[in-house]
Ligand binder design. Structure first.
Ligand code: UD1
Ligand code: MG
Length: 470
């Protein structure tokens, strides 16, 4: 059996009030349409067809360097342009010429680019349930069917038709089983049905949903399954719906963390926008944001208001409140923060301490080294057992190029020093506080690079001169 997935993503999304095409708005940091493509990839679809219209270039561009966990690459996605949005049936029709249908078993699955939370389990169930029938539809029971297509069944509960609200009779409007919009059909049959679609209806559109009545007229049974999860089939038309799905998605993720033993201080105040893997005894305080690919070992504590992006945190790492980690690798038992910022290319070995208002970038810092307060460490190779005093600046930029600063083991840099790169301080060097070091320092030397202090005896402070008022 061949499976082609057609994703409808041509709509403008007027109510989003945005220059960005609707399906590119994000849930958990990822465009809605990418969630849907990921789902198709999990299903091991033989081909994914994206029907685009409004903002087509933006969507195509986004997928240029796409690669799913299952190995679906962006080049494998077939983009079909629907110039005018003449209806869901018309949209699917645009993709059909690219879909081979040699075998009667071949299936086409229709998904919507603005229905981001659909699960692959539900889709597998739908594909399974409709095996042997020409058509399978995913439905939902809802208390609020407004605007949705109603599922019309006969006395034997067999699916007869889907009627759009605008075309429905009074009694049909009372039906609370609705069309999710998701369906799977025989590719062969789909080609035939779509070629016969008309647009004589209240909206003057080519309705995909009309294929249900066609299948019944052709003497075929139409299967259906029902999802109990309203969020799963919820489409997004405006920012409120986007926000509702975002919060739902985040709550599900937080519950997943709790279920696997993570301590989460408040599940409404942790957001994961990416892939998080973790060991035992992870603790997340309030307002933690995880982005990109984050790998966390055992016994890690993340304090309040931390952002951790594309990072690896070894066993026993502690991030104190307000710390931002981006593109860094943190070794076991390191303690970072509060209010530290680790930027891309930071590699910290075991038991490193980085304290408040310290910024690092492209810095490799050896075992047990410390920068406890107010420092900038950029483009640096730092050995083990080093102490970097408060106010130390690694002066890495000459206005045109970046240069490297190298510190050996057990170096002590006194407070308020500037290390002007390129410069090398060998093992055991001691830098006097307030020094500007711009020459290499040999091992175990004391570097003093500041003006000598003068004490002036008997010096008189200036006094205020009296000002006469008129
Ligand atoms: C559709 C269904 C309705 C179902 C509802 C579920 C039809 C006729 N109706 O209605 O039964 O209950 O979804 O949300 O199918 N699109 C295109 N090109 C087009 C038209 C639509 O790409 O020409 C895309 C839209 O961008 C959207 C999706 O298809 O992602 C659904 O279209 P929409 O206009 O929202 O359909 P509804 O009227 O809501
Ligand atoms: Mg809709």
């Amino acid at each position: 059996m061949r499976l082609d997935v057609v994703i409808l993503a041509a709509g403008k999304g007027t109510r989003m009030n945005s220059d960005i095409p609707k399906v590119m708005h994000r849930i958990a940091g990822k465009p809605m349409v990418e969630h849907v493509v990921d789902c198709a990839s999990i299903l091991k679809a033989d081909a994914v067809h994206l029907v685009v219209g409004h903002g087509a270039e933006i969507i195509e561009q986004h997928f240029a360097d796409y690669e799913s966990a299952e190995g679906l690459s962006g080049d494998a996605i077939q983009f079909v342009c629907q110039e005018q949005q003449l209806g869901t049936g018309h949209a699917v029709q645009q993709a059909m010429p690219n879909i081979p249908a040699c075998d009667d078993e071949d299936r086409v699955l229709v998904l919507y680019g603005d229905v981001p939370l659909l699960s692959h389990e539900t889709l597998l169930e739908l594909i399974e349930a409709s095996h042997g029938s020409a058509l399978g539809v995913l439905t939902l029971f809802t208390q609020n069917p407004e605007g949705l297509g109603r599922i019309v069944r006969d006395a034997d509960h067999k699916l007869q038709a889907i009627v759009e609200e605008k075309d429905a009779t009074e009694s049909q409007r009372g039906i609370n089983e609705v069309n999710s919009g998701i369906l799977v059909a025989s590719s062969n049959r789909m080609k035939d049905w779509l070629s016969r679609l008309g647009n004589e209806n209240a909206q003057g559109e080519y309705y995909l949903t009309d294929i249900v009545a066609m299948a019944v007229a052709d003497g075929m049974t139409v299967e259906s399954i029902t999802t109990g999860d309203e969020y799963e089939v919820q489409g997004v038309n405006d920012k409120l719906q986007l926000c509702v799905l975002e919060r739902h998605y985040q709550m599900i993720q937080a519950q997943g963390l709790l279920a696997t033993g993570v301590t989460v201080m408040d599940p409404t105040r942790v957001d994961i926008r990416g892939d998080l893997s973790y060991g035992k005894d992870l603790s997340l305080d309030i307002n933690v944001l995880i982005e990109g690919k984050v790998v966390i070992g055992n016994g890690v504590t993340i304090g309040a208001n931390c952002i951790v992006k594309d990072a690896t945190l070894g066993n026993g790492v502690t991030l104190l409140p307000g710390t931002i980690v981006d593109g860094a690798i943190i070794g076991e038992h390191a303690v970072i923060g509060p209010y530290a910022r680790l930027r891309p290319g930071t590699v910290l070995e075991e038991s490193v301490k980085v304290g408040n208002f310290v910024e690092t970038k492209k810095a490799h810092i050896g075992k047990g080294s410390k920068a406890n307060h107010l420092a900038y460490i950029g483009d640096a190779e730092v050995g083990s057992g080093v102490n970097i005093g408060a106010g130390t600046i690694f002066c890495n930029y000459d206005g045109a190029n970046k240069h490297l600063t190298t510190l050996g083991n057990d170096v002590f840099v006194g407070s308020n020093s500037v290390l002007v790169a390129p410069v090398e301080l060998a093992d055991g060097v001691f830098v006097a506080a307030g020094s500007v070091v711009n020459c290499n320092v040999p091992a175990a030397n004391l570097a003093v690079a500041r003006t000598k202090q003068r004490n002036i005896a008997g010096w008189k402070r200036p006094t205020k001169t009296a000002v006469k008022k008129d």
